[in-house]
Design a protein around this ligand. Structure first.
Ligand SMILES: [Zn+2]
Length: 114
């Protein structure tokens, strides 16, 4: 039921923003979810369909984009996504500093009708 509470609070946030923008309908919601986050896309979509009827988000499209973990290598001054089990920089093999642990869930953007 993890995804149910996440989706419920996410919809509240989205509709809160939509109302403040004077929207009467939310057309699309674009989410960014870390690839290591414990959310299952199918469950999120399932609860989205269950929770949205009769609300501002009714009929909106839910887009989910998965983002990898990311690290920053100070030596090479660039970000990289670690591959496999290695967290080392692909160029110099230094272990960089983690900038995203791949567990985030963000509302990247949304489209509304006003
Ligand atoms: Zn490097």
């Amino acid at each position: 039921m993890h995804e149910l509470s996440i989706m419920a609070s996410l919809l509240d946030t989205v509709e809160d923003h939509a109302r403040r923008a004077g929207a009467h309908r939310v057309r699309a919601i674009n989410l960014v979810i870390g690839e290591r986050a414990s959310f299952v896309d199918d469950s999120l979509l399932f609860y989205f369909d269950m929770l949205t009827p009769g609300r501002l988000c009714d009929g909106a499209a839910l887009h989910i984009r998965r983002t990898p973990m990311s690290f920053y290598c100070a030596a090479c001054q660039q970000c990289y996504a670690p591959s496999g089990e290695s967290f080392r920089c692909p160029i110099c093999a230094t272990v960089g500093q983690i900038t995203s642990d791949g567990r985030e869930l963000l509302i990247e953007s949304m489209e509304v009708e006003v």
